[in-house]
Design a binder for this molecule. Sequence first.
Ligand SMILES: *Cc1c(COP(=O)(O)O)cnc(C)c1O
Length: 472
Amino acid sequence: MSAADDELASLLKRAADHAIAYRQHVAEPEATRAYGEVLPGFDAPLPQQGEPADAVIDALVASAVPGLRATTGPRFFGWVIGASHPVGVAADWLTSAWGQNAGNHTASPAAAAAETVAARWLLELFDLPRESSVGFVTGATLANVVCLAAARGAVLRRVGWDADADGLFGAPPIEVVIGEEGHSTVYSALQYLGLGNKRVRRVASDEQGRMNADAFAATLAQCRGPVIAIAQAGHVNTGVFDPLAQLVPVAKAHGAWLHVDGAFGLWARTSPATAALAAGIDGADSWACDGHKWLQTPYDCGYAIVRDAEAHRAAMTIAASYLPPVAAGERDPSHFVPELSRRARGFATWAMIRHLGRAGIAAMVERHCALARRLARRLATESGVHVLNDVELNQLIVRFGEPEAGEGGDRLTRETIVCIQSDGTCFAGGASWRGRWVMRLSVIGFPMDEAEMDRSADAIHAAWRAVHHANA
Ligand SMILES: *Cc1c(COP(=O)(O)O)cnc(C)c1O
């Protein structure tokens, strides 16, 4: 080995040792320092001279570790965050080491091939139309953007307008119909695409957050001209699904493009125990999903899936003389995403699906749903702790003190969240749900198990008791 080889080997092994040491301790209660406390560890005047590689990596670890959230640990319930499975991490390390640009076939034949196969596997796992195209994007936010861009082009093309070439100025107006519980990133996508995040028709939902199918039909009946309808599979607070089997025929009858935000809920399709929740979803026109949530790939990884592959391509195509042409029947990875140069996300997706297999993915989804129900049961044994949702999937919302809307319950719930976060046994955040502040718990990390649920429930009970006592 040359001296350069030795240096490379010693540097990458050093990074691996740091990573292993971190992951071995991540199950311990966290004492994560806040941004303001970790900033000085990174802060310095612009370096004028370089430093040796191993010193830089050691300094990075020393600065970063105190401010790392235990999202890969077994008791992290914040937002909806997968736990970066070791197999995904290993594949992702190689992705970085290989330094491939996934932008086209020639720049990385292997990256393009892994995406082609991973795309096919995803369509089979979700049982979506096999002719659909899949773009590998950063997450469901961008998947929503890509899918809705395809929708925008397609619905306007049907009325004789080429939005990709001529933009939206002077175009026939598009009506956008969305459930009132749509995710905030869908509104961002509408904003980015010039469709407007206020200029929408909102459809009422039930007390759990499912879109009302009759109200959806009545709203579509009022629409004139091209329509994009947006439904949801997996509400970020309650985990519920819009009634897709009822929405799909209504959207079809109106010639509307139906997009489904299934960032984590689409994975319910992989298990017979939960597939019925998303019945009918394969009748939609496009779907947004994440790899970095339930599939446990490292950040970042999402999928934009579109039934009409031509509409998908038309919305995203990049053409330049120096980009090689694609042979007939081959899939060019850049035809389905906005980026040209980008990370080869197909490798981690391919590796995770191959590692878990269909059965392993289904078992994980089932296990998380069972753990969520266990956590809900355990939490509800303490008086003053109210689980507000029907736990159909993996999400819980919990309120402390008063279940009903009111400042008292809001305050007690906020204080309990502060208390649990400072305790560090487990992490949960808050949200506003139908006028009430709630604690949100997402059961989605692969290391979670029954003992960790019970330990977390005990910690939440203790936090609530402390808050209750202080307020008595
Ligand atoms: C997480 C989530 C998103 C956004 O996905 P990112 O991966 O954060 O970009 C959109 N919709 C729903 C329902 C989600 O849960």
